[in-house]
Design a protein around this ligand. Structure first.
Ligand SMILES: *Cc1c(COP(=O)(O)O)cnc(C)c1O
Length: 222
């Protein structure tokens, strides 16, 4: 069962920051999503393509679905008709495929560039330098059907809040830089997606505009 008290606590914590809550519902049943949806929560995040496709079919059309996991190019077509925001755009090849599928579906798909800010090797994403280079190239010659709405990043898996804070600061610095660069482009570049259950308070203090919270709302995952 989702924790609705916690949910409303988080919703009011976000208010002064004008930050958006993405309720991360991966591995959780549609009943739980409906329960949370009925509390006025419309943004949900999923990590697995097939699971997202199945849930989208069963749940209200008014839900905004966020894809927050690692997306394989050959699966973009499955979510392209309905996805609201793709957080994990982490390579030029993937973004080209999203552009192709957006055109096929006659829509513009919003994406966030995923930036690798953590010390762990395994996490996906552009480096800071790659990201600003990619974004500047994109502004000069945009891909049709794509709007780059901002950046997404995950901090290191550590108890050391100083490390987490520094990583979020680094991402926010890049965000501000690219925001300035974007001003004369058509991208509505204003989303900084950072913060999960364990670190969203730090993320908000460091400029997050969108947090992705799962276990704190839906309970732990096996
Ligand atoms: C699972 C996941 C989350 C949510 O994590 P919790 O710790 O359950 O809040 C956020 N972002 C990404 C990319 C995830 O994969």
């Amino acid at each position: 069962m989702p924790d609705l008290v916690k949910l409303s606590e988080i919703q009011s914590e976000l208010e002064p920051f004008h930050a958006v809550l993405v309720a991360v519902s991966k591995t959780k049943p549609v009943e739980d999503i409906l329960t949370v949806y009925k509390q006025g929560q419309a943004d949900f995040g999923e990590n697995y393509v097939q699971e997202l496709v199945d849930k989208h079919k069963q749940l209200p059309d008014t839900i905004r679905w966020h894809f927050i996991g690692h997306l394989q190019s050959n699966k973009v077509k499955l979510i392209a008709p309905f996805v609201s925001l793709i957080h994990g755009a982490d390579s030029s090849k993937l973004i080209e495929e999203i552009s192709k599928q957006a055109i096929k579906n006659n829509r513009v798909i919003d994406i966030l560039l995923q930036v690798h800010i953590a010390s762990e090797e395994t996490k996906f994403g552009f480096s800071i330098d790659e990201c600003s280079q990619y974004f500047n190239e994109f502004i000069t010659s945009p891909l049709p059907g794509i709007q780059i709405r901002g950046l997404m990043g995950m901090a290191s898996f550590t108890e050391d809040t100083n490390i987490i804070r520094k990583e979020f600061q680094k991402l926010n610095q890049l965000f501000k830089l690219l925001h300035t660069a974007s001003i004369n482009s058509k991208n509505n570049f204003n989303i900084l997606s950072m913060g999960m259950s364990s670190d969203y308070k730090i993320a908000l203090e460091e400029g997050s505009t969108m947090v992705r919270i799962g276990s704190m709302i839906f309970g732990g995952r096996r």
